[in-house]
Design a binder for this molecule. Sequence first.
Ligand SMILES: Nc1ncnc2c1ncn2[C@@H]1O[C@H](COP(=O)(O)OP(=O)(O)OP(=O)(O)O)[C@@H](O)[C@H]1O
Length: 257
Amino acid sequence: MSQPVLSVSGLAKDYGNGQGCFDIDFELYEGEVLCIVGESGSGKSTLLSTLAGRLSADAGSVRFRDRAGSSHELTTLAEAERRRLARSEWGFVTQHARDGLRMNVSAGANVSERLMALGQRHYGQLRETAAQWLEKVEISRERLDDRPTAFSGGMQQRLQIARNLVTQPRLVFMDEPTGGLDVSVQARFLDLLRRLVHDTGIAVIMVTHDLGVTRLLAQRTLVMQQGRVVEAGLTDQILDDPQHPYSQLLVSSILQA
Ligand SMILES: Nc1ncnc2c1ncn2[C@@H]1O[C@H](COP(=O)(O)OP(=O)(O)OP(=O)(O)O)[C@@H](O)[C@H]1O
């Protein structure tokens, strides 16, 4: 088996009030989608932000293997290096598009920004790559010069995906990317995401409340309660035969809904 993209051991973020995330261990491989589920306040977003270096860790290790095979310890990475990796090797898709997009520049500029940050300067090529990525996320290339404010919620989320995937990252963090979308738009968005993961081989770590999303996308799932992982394993096993009482509760509450 290939080396993991991410190896996490003993990771903790302690807000000092007993809240945060603690003793987190897992590995993530290329092409794999891992969902983090759990009730509100269980530490899912804290874990995601700590993994991505947006919050500083208080203990443990997060080792990231880049495309060239070099390994980086993310918990002690210098800020400039973290920014470089964040632009080139990973992406971050937020629940609210306004947090992940630049709303007052064009869709094309949103998609090209990361390429420009990596040194691409040829205007015609940037525009063509941006147009191709809009089409990949099912937005007409005619909309290249429109601002995201003129897009629907589903289109904005698809634009965020294009903005993040254009640099072919190894790993994409997603925080409730379907949270603000209505059900029919969600289904189409999830289909697209599944196809892109399959085609590009990216690894994804996704926080979600929605076990339907987990079932559809994730090979593996972490169940969190009060800042800790109470159950981890294959998604089908966790959803069909949960072992921990809290996972059983979570699954049965969905079945009853
Ligand atoms: N900056 C902070 N300082 C202190 N406590 C915090 C801070 N941010 C979050 N917390 C607490 O840490 C716990 C975990 O929060 P977090 O946002 O990670 O949970 P979550 O599982 O993502 O919740 P939700 O599903 O509602 O987004 C919560 O009890 C929250 O109140």
